[in-house]
Design a protein around this ligand. Sequence first.
Ligand SMILES: *Cc1c(COP(=O)(O)O)cnc(C)c1O
Length: 356
Amino acid sequence: MSDEVRIRKSIQELPGYKAGARAQAVSGFTPYKLSSNENPLTPLPSVVSVIASAAESINRYPDPLATELTTRLAEKFQVDPNCIALGTGSVGVCQQIVQALCDAGDEVVFAWRSFEAYPIITTIAGAVSVRVPLTPSGEHDLALMAGAITDRTRVIFICTPNNPTGSIVNNQDLIDFLAKVPTNVLVVIDEAYVEFNRDEQAVDGLAAFQSFSNVAVLRTFSKAYGLAGLRVGYLIGPEALAEAVRKTAVPFGVSSLAQAAAIASLDHEDELLDRVQNLVELRSWFESALAELGFQIPASQANFIWLPLGERSEQFAKQCADVAVAVRTFVGEGVRISIGEREALEVLLPICAQYV
Ligand SMILES: *Cc1c(COP(=O)(O)O)cnc(C)c1O
């Protein structure tokens, strides 16, 4: 036995979560960060002031059950409050789900490429990732995913709109898929970007939750509501699952600041969703500009677009960094560009033109 502290082998080998790069200063350019799908707008002044008042009682632990926020969400979605569980961002909820459902060696199925956090969370739980390739156009291959289910499968993540490709899953396709999934396998529909979706054929996660006993929906305040830094997301799912997910949470993880800011954001939802609409229009503008350049990329329903540049991805990202714009590179695969500030996207277009 070695005399050193023993780190689990799976954790030693685990690559750390790669956050989107910060924009590097370049003289003559305004830095922009388009690498983490953040909302480019600072919070509403009314939300900031609620956070500031909540800060005055930060000597106390928060309400561990986030009672008021839970009640508000239950009213908004017309669901039983017992079907809601919160976490430190919906990433936190993903982790709580896998911890609650998987023993060592159990399997978690997800599309690949999809959200970076799924394989990391799976490894941390001692479970096994089963990555099912996206179709060539970047969509979930539900037939292949159904075929990947074994008697060790405990959780399936469906990310729609998908990060990083921006594609949605068709609602009827999801319903047909759910009919094939054994009812003892949980299907988690990760709707982190649902507020940016304008495709009426896309998955309706809430309806699926209401029709199937093994479906949970994940939502977050990080993207559309602009609270990424405060870490608050939630699940709407079967009561027994919500209860289990509360048990695997870090105690008092969702701070009183986060709870207050989330409630204030629900109070000002119309204004926040107007901001989302502006981002959706900016996305359309950017997609049209790329199409005019000659790109043929599938429509995104999220607050980012995906350029499948393959081996040229790193070179592209370097050219963006040279004009102080940070984008997200997936080496050898593509580049994800968040729909942030219009000026930043304008700066990128001449670079994009070289990669058609
Ligand atoms: C950003 C993101 C989340 C959630 O992030 P949190 O800040 O933890 O709420 C969840 N799923 C996907 C696919 C994301 O891209």
